[in-house]
Ligand binder design. Structure first.
Ligand SMILES: CC(C)(COP(=O)(O)OP(=O)(O)OC[C@H]1O[C@@H](n2cnc3c(N)ncnc32)[C@H](O)[C@@H]1OP(=O)(O)O)[C@@H](O)C(=O)NCCC(=O)NCCS
Length: 267
């Protein structure tokens, strides 16, 4: 999907721009202030809506009626702005129940030379934050993620993983954060989506989470990313404070709906 084929109000929506390749074959319905994208996957349709709450509601209402009329299969996933109360009959028609509430935050490119260097932070004695050699340390990264952030679906050896940063106490890996490549501005631009932040419980409150966030964000800008984004569950106030301090701003406050059996985001 090119930027130009997104509905007009959404050509500058960083969340949709970042994921626009995923929506390349989507059916798009739009009104003046809202858009609904529907793409099919083998497990069912995935729906994403952005825009003014009242107009999103109208688009979802029309989609629900269309699906009832045509006897469409159950959907796999729906994400919509959090300030929209999706009617229960629409959710029933889609076969979905509320799954999670999440925020999508981003920090746009800054001149790396002008931003605060990670080395300016005082870390506990013997600790450093540096790039992880994921080929050599994938199992250690997975172990930290399993112990600190088991809801995360991030994996250092997945497709499109551009970089991982680690916090080390000597040789011991005590915190991790990874970056997946997504779309950016124009035809060749790219962005980084950070995921899988976790610091061992006994090491928290010493600045390691903040230092990991700074390190990976600056690595993204140094690599040429147009922006760096990340997502968090809405109830994670500690992570939100950390990301705000690191210069990230809220771009989308969303809710997701999935099958009653879902234990992880499906998209
Ligand atoms: C979120 C998480 C990564 C934060 O890691 P952390 O290493 O504790 O992060 P920091 O130390 O940089 O910041 C945490 C707090 O310690 C404070 N702090 C940082 N350095 C400090 C220091 N030297 N002395 C005292 N306090 C300090 C920070 O100001 C911050 O305070 P706040 O919670 O009041 O805002 C960690 O809690 C974690 O792994 N949580 C579980 C997984 C998770 O939620 N991941 C994020 C998913 S989106």
């Amino acid at each position: 999907m090119t930027e130009g084929s997104l509905p007009a109000p959404y050509r500058s929506d960083l969340l949709l721009l970042a994921e626009r390749d995923d929506w390349a074959d989507a059916r798009t319905v739009a009104s003046a202030g809202a858009a609904l994208l529907v793409r099919s996957s083998p497990q069912g349709d995935v729906l994403m809506s952005r825009g003014e709450p009242g107009e999103v509601l109208d688009l979802l209402d029309a989609e629900g009626r269309l699906r009832r009329r045509t006897g469409a299969e159950r959907a796999l996933w729906l994400s919509a702005p959090r300030d929209v109360t999706v009617p229960s009959w629409v959710l029933d028609t889609l076969g979905l129940v509320p799954f999670s509430q999440w925020d999508w935050m981003a920090r746009e490119r800054v001149d790396p030379a002008a931003s605060r260097p990670a080395v300016g932070r005082t870390l506990p004695d013997g600790h450093v934050v540096r790039a992880i050699d994921t080929a050599a340390e994938a199992d250690a990264v997975r172990d930290v993620l399993r112990r600190t952030n088991p809801r995360s679906t991030a994996d250092p050896l997945a497709d499109r993983e551009d970089a991982w940063s680690g916090a080390y106490d000597g040789d011991e890996l005590v915190g991790v954060f990874g970056a997946r490549r997504e779309q950016g501005r124009g035809e060749h631009g790219f962005s980084w989506h950070l995921h899988g932040l976790g610091v061992l419980e006994t090491r928290r409150g010493a600045g390691l989470g903040g230092a990991l966030t700074d390190h990976l964000t600056l690595a993204g800008f140094a690599a040429g990313a147009d922006w760096v984004s990340l997502g968090l569950y809405a109830e994670n106030d500690g992570a939100r404070r950390l990301y705000r301090r690191a210069g990230f701003e809220l771009h989308a406050a969303m809710s997701s709906y999935g099958p009653a059996s879902a234990t992880r985001p499906l998209r």
